[in-house]
Write a protein that binds this ligand. Structure first.
Ligand code: IFM
Length: 770
């Protein structure tokens, strides 16, 4: 297969506005949902002389750290989970005559870098100068395989520019706990590291390691092989010495202008319980070795590139008329695909697999901001992400019970293994909306795919147990002489308020969650599921009553939804008067200074408007927008894309475009100034929502699938594919016309501004003016 490199799919160093090394480490990461490798100075290794933050992250491979509290109350999480930063597989040691990159400071300069998002290949050229002024070009190609999730490949080419000398390359990775040389006071960056141990497995002719964690008791096996072909020139030899140095090396006489290549394929295992990893390490190594034996860097790259091509075929969004946004959006989709766990036991960390920011934890970011993209474009992958929640449902139930609730599931606000990992519970664990967010995502997946088997076998149980949580945590109470169901002491999405009563977003999501439990209980009334899950008619009646009586704070005079019960008593913060240097506010003010004001970190009540567009009069949405937008700082990267959708719906097209263009560039343009700590995975997914829910105006409420496009005036068209109930449709939206083409499937009905359109195999393309 030959892949033509299309410039629209390239992230070329020359075209990037920012060039700070740590930011580039993030931007040029490669990953595949199982593993992620930050770009790095390839000579850094564990040498603290070099400033960098390299590392390999394996999804779900973490260790625990103690959390220390001044006053530790019962049920506070005792441990924090943190994704491990493993040794950098890009590292190589180079010796030229008597100079050694491990002990002498070689100067490494970026000449060029290009990330080809079409193939997933990172191509880089460095100019390396030794202290004695020997200079060579180091060309590196690397990729994380999408066709074999355990495989990572790297190829080095060395080209001396001013010397003829003996060169030795040594590829050894026998350190653990990758060191980084980075100072960071930002609370969002995780400073703690896990404790790991590295053991060499046995001398089987290739380096194979067992990495185990002390406290989480996990084991991971890595092995790597050298050589593009059987007889590389110069030969690369395996070695092992008494100092536990084992790896590959190659020594040859290098002539100026000559080019020698050395390639390596890594197989990075799945995560096993420590005892299994120790007991079966030999078997695991041979199983892993199968992935990289009798193959080459090139053939693995080609196989992986083919999967990338399939990804783009189904998931690309083509914007005609805005090249900068086009590139950012593609980068976002590429990163989303690189970050998503695909094994049912992992999800998508908030920073993808590009750093240990937020500890590598999974949040609501996956279900609310990223799942729409996956459910509509890669439903099989979406199901796996939901299965992570199903597999951790027992833990969520255990947590609810230990917390003191009689029934239900209490999902962790932030976690890797299912258990709560938020040490600041006020803006952490108290975000109970995560439970309804997960149920919402199950329903959304079902609505999009029609996957009834999933719903019955797994999804309903999640919906039911989370609905049970609300019945336990909330209660019936009288407000202004009227009976209501209230949910007090929660934190909503906005993290500049905490522990409030009746957060609108939480309550509306809980209401939806309860209604889903009721709806499916009725639908499955003749099924065994209900008895298996001990659902009684009385329980369902109570859920229905709670949903019907759910307290949704609303100001009739202002026609606005109120963020939470007493929100209107607080003074409004005039954020236009706050000095620019004080943003994000969370880094400059004590939380209580923020909690006392009407000020939002991110879309909160507006999220309710976005997720429930129907039955929401436009006047009410406008009023909400005008009330909340001026007090929203967008200090969270999840916010602007949501405001872009809201602005588009209320006809504020200029603002919508501005919010969207800032949101879509979050990482590529480093607009939150912290991309160096990792990508903002939720924000990447939110940008896709900005296009599809915002500009294309897609609404899908199980009964209707409709579009109400409002294209930015600068755009000629947008084009994207969505899968709906087994049909794949290509939507091309122009300023005044929509084309819908059925690419596969039996046909589907769509509404464009209330006009019914049907595409079928015999009538597969429809044009609809609007
Ligand atoms: O989940 C988010 C939250 O909404 C805002 N703070 C960061 C979290 C992780 O992205």
């Amino acid at each position: 297969m030959r892949i033509e490199q299309s410039p629209e799919f390239q992230i070329h160093l020359q075209n990037l506005r920012h060039k700070e090394p740590l930011y580039l480490e993030t931007i040029y990461n490669v990953g595949n949902g199982h593993l992620g490798v930050r770009d790095s100075n390839p000579l850094q290794g564990n040498n603290l002389d070099y400033i960098g933050s390299p590392g390999l992250f394996v999804n779900g491979f973490f260790d625990y750290n103690d959390v220390s509290y001044g006053e530790k109350y019962t049920e506070y999480p005792e441990n924090d989970q943190v994704i491990n930063r493993l040794c950098d597989p890009r590292y190589i040691r180079i010796k030229i005559a008597d100079e050694d990159s491990a002990t002498d400071h070689f100067q490494v300069d970026n000449i060029d870098k290009n990330l080809d998002m079409q193939t997933g290949l990172l191509h880089e050229i460095f100019s390396v100068t030794t202290p004695e002024n020997r200079n060579f070009n180091l060309v590196i190609e690397s990729f994380a395989s999408l066709s074999k999730q355990n495989v990572y490949g790297i190829k080095y080419s060395i080209i001396p520019t001013n010397f003829d000398e003996e060169v030795e390359i040594i590829k050894v990775h026998d350190y653990i706990n990758q060191q980084t040389h980075q100072q960071n006071e930002d609370v969002r960056v995780n400073q703690s590291v896990g404790q790991m141990q590295l053991d060499f497995i046995h001398d089987n002719g290739q380096p194979s390691y067992l990495v185990t964690t002390f406290r989480s008791q996990q084991g991971l096996i890595l092995t790597y092989q050298a050589g593009e072909n059987k007889l590389p020139d110069p030969p690369i030899e395996y070695f092992m010495d008494e100092d536990r140095h084992y790896g590959y090396h190659s020594k040859y006489f290098a002539k100026r202008g000559s080019q020698k290549e050395f390639s390596f394929l890594f197989a990075i295992g799945d995560i096993h319980p420590l005892v299994n990893a120790q007991m079966y390490s030999d078997q695991y190594v041979s199983a892993l070795d199968n992935y990289i034996r009798d193959t080459t860097f090139r053939s693995e790259l080609m196989a992986s590139a083919q999967v990338w091509q399939t990804f783009w075929l189904h998931s690309d969004v083509v914007i005609d008329g805005d090249p900068a946004i086009q590139q950012s959006l593609r980068f976002n989709l590429f990163e989303l695909n690189q970050s998503a766990g695909r094994d049912e036991y992992t999800s998508i960390p908030a920073k993808g697999l590009t750093g240990n920011g937020y500890g590598g934890h999974f949040f609501w970011d996956t279900e609310i901001f990223m799942m729409p993209f996956f459910s509509y474009t890669q439903p099989k992958l979406a199901k796996k992400l939901l299965m992570f929640r199903y597999h951790t449902l027992q833990i969520a139930k255990e947590q609810a019970s230990e917390f003191g609730l009689k029934k239900g599931a209490m999902y962790a606000w932030r976690t890797i293994n299912g258990y709560e990992s938020s040490s600041y519970w006020l803006a952490g664990m108290a975000q109970f909306h995560i439970n309804a967010d997960i149920a919402f995502s199950v329903e959304q997946y079902y609505t999009i795919t029609g996957d009834e088997e999933f719903l019955k076998k797994y999804g309903y149980e999640i919906i039911l147990e989370t609905a049970r949580f609300w019945m336990q945590y909330g209660n019936f109470a009288e407000i202004n002489g009227k009976q209501h169901f209230v949910i007090n002491k929660v934190t909503g999405p906005d993290e500049y308020s905490a522990l409030v009563d009746n957060n609108y977003y939480t309550n509306v999501m809980a209401q939806f969650n309860l209604r889903l439990a009721v709806k499916y209980a009725t639908q499955f009334s003749n099924d065994d599921i209900l008895s298996q899950l001990n659902v009684s008619g009385k329980e369902i009646d109570q859920m229905k009553e709670a949903a019907d009586l759910m307290y949704l704070p609303f100001d009739k005079e202002k026609n606005i939804k109120i963020q939470y019960q007493d929100f209107e008593q607080l003074p409004r913060m005039d954020i236009s008067k706050v000095d620019q240097s004080k943003f994000p506010l969370l880094l400059h003010y004590h939380p209580l200074m923020l909690y006392r004001y009407q000020v939002n970190k991110q879309a909160d009540t507006i999220m309710a408007d976005i997720l429930f567009p129907l039955g929401n009069p436009i006047e009410e949405l406008k009023a909400d927008y005008e009330f909340y937008e001026p007090i929203t700082t967008h200090d969270s990267s999840l916010s602007k894309a949501m405001y872009a959708i809201a602005a588009s719906r209320v006809g504020k097209h200029r603002q919508s475009y501005d919010f969207f263009s800032q949101a879509v560039k979050t990482d590529l343009m480093n607009s939150h100034h912290n991309t160096q700590n990792g990508i903002h995975a939720g924000s990447l997914g939110a940008a896709w929502m900005g296009v599809v829910y915002g500009f294309a105006g897609i609404v899908n409420n199980a009964k209707h699938f409709s579009l109400e496009p409002k294209l930015p005036s600068a755009w000629n068209s947008i084009k994207f594919k969505l899968r709906l109930h087994g049909n794949e449709c290509l939507f091309t939206i122009y300023q005044d016309e929509v084309q819908i083409e059925l690419m596969s499937g039996k046909g589907i009905e769509v509404y464009v501004y209330n006009k019914r359109v049907k595409v079928e195999p015999e009538n597969s393309k429809m044009v609809c003016e609007y």
